[in-house]
Design a protein around this ligand. Structure first.
Ligand code: VGL
Ligand code: ZN
Length: 206
């Protein structure tokens, strides 16, 4: 049984959003083709869903700037612009996404003291979102992952899926990276492959 995990296809990660992923809107067509392909018995999405006081926002740390790294509750944390605040337009799934096929949406990043790049666990692996149990209960053995951003939430979602024992494929042409440091996209792909994730190109146009 194969599942498709759509990672953080939200307005704030599109080029006009608060934490724009360059060319991020290009992945929506790939997502829609994957959803419509019939290859996946189960399609789920993750949604970055932060309270306004979230500790990953530079604005909540006076004197700190976006891109700086701080210690947040004992974990290294990159500081981001305010993004994906609960119940704001920026946090909504991209309007171009075909949400009909979506079985469930798993929200993450709700605890102000810890960030959550992965759709399965927070960055300290302290709490689960329920996604792993959900997939297991559905009989899923193989997951394909695509979305935003390749070097953060896609990467950690795919690595956690491997750790939970799923066969994992990242659909690279359905992802874009933020590349805070140049080359983060290439390094993410290396890390994924080293962990046994298949990085493939599928569901492109034509
Ligand atoms: C993400 C940074 C902060 C992502 C989410 O979706 O990759 N990146 N929050
Ligand atoms: Zn976030």
């Amino acid at each position: 049984m194969r599942a498709l995990i759509l990672v953080d296809l939200q307005n704030d990660f599109l080029p006009t959003g608060a934490l724009p992923v360059p060319d991020g809107d290009a992945v929506l067509a790939v997502a829609n083709r994957a959803i419509g392909s019939g290859d996946f018995a189960c399609v789920v999405a993750t949604q970055d869903w932060h309270p306004r006081e979230h500790g990953s926002f530079a604005a909540n740390h006076p004197g700190r700037r976006v891109g700086e790294v701080i210690l947040l509750d004992g974990l290294e944390q990159v500081l981001w612009p305010v993004h994906c605040v609960q119940d704001t337009a920026g946090a909504e799934l991209a309007p171009g996404l075909d949400v009909h096929g979506l079985e469930r949406v798993f929200r993450k990043g709700t605890d102000p003291r810890i960030d959550s790049y992965s759709g399965f666990f927070d960055n300290g692996h302290r709490k689960s979102t329920g996604l792993g149990d959900y997939l297991r209960e559905r009989g899923v053995t193989h997951v394909a992952v695509l979305g935003l951003a390749l070097d953060y939430c896609v990467k950690f979602t795919a690595l956690d899926a491997r750790q939970l024992g799923f066969e994992v494929e990242v659909i690279a042409n359905g992802c874009r990276a933020v590349n805070v440091q140049p080359g983060d996209d290439e390094r993410a792909i290396v890390a994924l492959r080293e962990d046994g994730v298949a990085v493939v190109n599928r569901y492109s146009a034509g």
